[in-house]
Write a protein that binds this ligand. Sequence first.
Ligand code: ADP
Length: 400
Amino acid sequence: MKVLVINAGSSSLKYQLIQMEDESVLAKGICERIGMENGIFSYKSHTGFKLEKTVEMKNHEAAFHLVAEALEDPEHGVVNSLSEISAIGHRVVQGADLFMESCLVTDEVLEGIRKCARLAPLHNLAHIEGITACQKVFGKEIPEVVVFDTGFHATMPKKAYMYAIPYAYYEKYSIRRYGFHGTSHRYVSEQCIHMLGDPEHSKIITCHLGNGSSITAVKDGKCIDTTMGLTPLDGFMMGTRSGSLDPSIVTFLQQEENLSAKEMDTVLNKKSGLLGISGISSDDRDVTKAEEEGNERAILAHEMLQYQIEKYIGGFIVALGGCDAIVFTAGIGENHVGHREKICEALSFLGVDLDKEKNQQMVGGKGGEITKPGSKIKVFVIPTNEELMIARETKALCEA
Ligand code: ADP
């Protein structure tokens, strides 16, 4: 069975064709700058063939035509005919309280995703465009599945997902914590449980540290709390996002700086976090370089990031009533030896016994345990694979 996984954004589209029998990637690529001049189409097949070309893609449909052509190409393609693709799985960011689980795409489901767009307009509308364009190019007879970033967090108890604002706003606007990166947290927590020997009960904290970052508390395989909230702005500082702050700062700055709601939103989402504090970059590699050169604000940015992560981990250990394992994943989590070392040191009094050498080795897509044998809380680096998780869910739903 071959499953095509799609992550459609407003101007980009990532795709991956996965052979489910051995979960290998047959082909993958990205369509960038859709609807703009100088679009970029890339394609890479499992045989090692690579293509990148500048080509105009008027819309998502045009982009999918290029994907289909590449997959079917007689020389460098990976299928003889598109009918070999059994199902298509789409990533959808916001499922709100309408979608607690992945599901097959129907007209009602599309309408539901549109309703949730109020909470994530850029993302959800782009996903709808991706799904409908996909149907046009690949045909309506291929089943399509939507997998929500919020789905894994649907098991949070109400005390974890409510905000202490007037209850009427929850009823009227569904304002509550939803959480994001759910597909990644689900994937790495499942892997972690497996690495622990598939125990019946487990308490795991998964740290997805990328451009956007979130931490999730997972009890017996189910999410009980997470750091991101109504939107991906909540939690701790990220590349350009502030994370949680005193809500009064928002109104204070709007008044003092005469900022509109939209401008304030830009400050919190695009100008804060590592970028805002370091003044250098949102990319952690640049901040690390500046830190090594002794830049004080880069040092501060990293101290803040590590401290905030440590506090959330500490809080989630209480929420879980203990902890068997902590997982680091995504760009920073999988590669930043220094952050992992500092965070593990701070947690050493709780029984985290870091193996510094193993920690050094775990970079560039390598995964494994980084604590010493006998460490009370084990720490793992587990490369995330959201595409594979979406493909697995898609397969499971189509077979059911
Ligand atoms: P996204 O949230 O966009 O998927 P990623 O998971 O790719 O983000 O993470 C991007 C972050 O990971 C950036 O801050 C980047 O600096 C960091 N990163 C990626 N590779 C490395 C590396 N080799 N060493 C340190 N940091 C890295």
